[in-house]
Design a protein around this ligand. Structure first.
Ligand code: ZN
Length: 229
């Protein structure tokens, strides 16, 4: 587990192969994604080591229902019961454990990639306090906009901070070896359309579920990938 400042107020918390992000407003902290089950304590420890007070964590936004993004949330709400868990209306039933996770539709090369990955601990169900949809506004970072980016899961969301020109893509984009429109999608064509939508945003910084953030001129990087689709 490691953490690094991406731009002022924004930290990447690296949990082996998946990222969580911490946005710091004075006295009001926001996590975007929560790691896999077993990482909740490490996330809170990272918050502390960043010089922030975990008691000031107000919300955990889960970009989608996959276990490596939701798994830490149950541990975090156990420690901090007042934290608000935020997810899309479409993915919330899966996150609450009321509905089965739909399996992604894999291409052959993705199946080979999936075979090489370790089994993920299953995410325990966790409550969702606020269900959001496309265009909803969240009260941090001077106003954060929910962008519906279906295709990876039915209810995948990205979070756009227009004032800071920051984007959290969830798994609609990834930057492990190079910037790509993500892997292990439910609907690849729909995921690509969602990627194109993100590439239209005016952003300087893009943060991905997996891989290195692009700290500057992210829109150009996203657009050049979108042009190849
Ligand atoms: Zn995912």
């Amino acid at each position: 587990m490691d953490f690094v400042e991406v731009v002022p107020s924004l930290y990447r918390i690296e949990l082996d192969f998946v990222n969580a992000y911490l946005w710091c407003d004075p006295g009001d902290l926001t996590l975007v994604d929560s790691g896999y089950h077993g990482t909740g304590a490490a996330v809170l420890d990272a918050v502390r080591r960043l010089g922030q007070d975990p008691a000031e964590l107000r919300r955990v936004i889960v970009t989608h229902s996959h276990d490596d993004h939701t798994g830490g949330a149950s541990e975090i709400v156990e420690t901090l019961p007042d934290v608000s868990v935020i997810a899309s209306r479409a993915d919330a039933p899966v996150i609450r454990g009321e509905r089965e996770q739909a399996a992604p539709v894999l291409e052959d090369w993705e199946r080979r990639m999936a075979d090489g990955l370790p089994d993920l601990p299953k995410a325990p169900p966790v409550r969702v306090d606020l269900e959001v949809e496309d265009g909803d506004l969240l009260g941090f970072a001077g106003g954060a906009t929910v962008v519906a980016v279906p295709g990876h899961t039915a209810g995948s969301i990205a979070i756009h901070l227009p004032l800071h020109r920051v984007l959290f893509t969830g798994d609609i984009a990834a930057n492990v070896q190079r910037l790509i429109p993500g892997v292990f999608h439910l609907d690849r064509a729909e995921a690509q359309r969602s990627f194109e939508r993100l590439a239209d945003l005016d952003v300087d910084t893009a943060c991905f579920g997996h891989g290195e953030p692009v700290a500057h001129d992210a829109a150009t990087a996203l657009r050049s990938v979108a042009a190849e689709l």
